[in-house]
Ligand binder design. Structure first.
Ligand SMILES: C[S@@+](CC[C@H](N)C(=O)[O-])C[C@H]1O[C@@H](n2cnc3c(N)ncnc32)[C@H](O)[C@@H]1O
Length: 239
């Protein structure tokens, strides 16, 4: 499996600081994936519920159990949650089909005065990682859902329509880590669904050329301290 926690290592401290978890907080981690942010929150919180659609991701998360953490396999867009003081999400809230409906459901899961803190991608154009890899392969990734909350204006409207007040957006520009060296990064990228799909559409000769171009792009981003790409995200805070 692609090591998402390694990829996210430079975002981790930004997100932890933004969450500002308090000892009495009951926290919901939406789209918790392998659970790193769930565990980080649990280090300070009273208790944390990690929710994800993917049993495979939750299996991974459950490998590091903590007494104040539980995991739930559910669709956070529609699940009838109990009440929380804080909802957090690291790149887990952009994938809802009905964004207003899903955020309305999450707002209902907050006690009055509760907070939402979410990290989401800025538009694809501002994310080198999301441009360079498909460009190197010579195609376009079709899934735009990771960038669904990229526009501050549109996202503010979504949050307002969902009943959130006082949303604020803080821009974070950080490096994304793809692996210790270009070869490792190449193996990592080829494990991802979208590069695989693009390569599968090409003839064997074109696919080989695309692989070489991808290798060259990754080598060009090998800093000696890992293969790094620039990226841009929003930290959204809402009440
Ligand atoms: C990019 S991953 C981020 C995982 C995790 N937040 C992290 O930072 O390690 C997005 C996660 O959101 C989950 N997800 C997407 N839509 C969801 C939904 N409607 N309800 C619950 N989880 C969802 C996916 O299964 C995936 O694990």
């Amino acid at each position: 499996m692609f090591d998402y926690d390694a990829e996210m290592q430079f975002y981790r401290p930004h997100f932890q600081a933004a969450c500002a978890v308090r000892a009495e907080d009951r926290v919901l981690d939406v789209g918790c994936g392998g659970g790193q942010t769930t565990r980080d929150a649990a280090a300070d919180a009273a208790r944390v519920l990690g929710v994800d659609l993917s049993e495979r991701m939750l299996e991974h998360a459950r490998r590091q159990p903590l007494p104040n953490v539980t995991y739930l396999l559910a669709d956070a867009a529609t699940y009838d949650f109990e009440s929380f003081d804080l909802i957090i999400s690291r790149f887990g809230v952009m994938f809802f089909e009905d964004l207003v409906g899903a955020f309305t459901n999450l707002r209902r899961a907050l006690r009055p005065g509760g907070r939402l803190v979410a990290l989401v991608w800025q538009p694809r154009a501002d994310n080198e990682w999301a441009r360079m890899i498909p460009e190197a392969i010579g195609g376009t990734f079709r899934d735009e859902s990771p960038f669904a909350l990229g526009s501050e204006t549109v996202t503010r409207e979504i949050l307002t329509a969902a009943g959130f007040a006082g949303s604020s957006f803080t821009s974070v520009r950080e490096r994304l880590y793809y692996g210790a060296d270009a070869e490792t990064a190449y193996d990592n990228v080829l494990r991802l669904r979208e590069p695989q799909a693009l390569l599968a559409e090409l003839s064997p000769v074109a696919a080989e050329k695309a692989r070489e171009a991808l290798r060259a792009t990754l080598a060009a981003h090998d800093t000696g301290n890992g293969v790094l790409f620039d990226s841009a995200a929003w930290i959204i805070r809402a009440e």
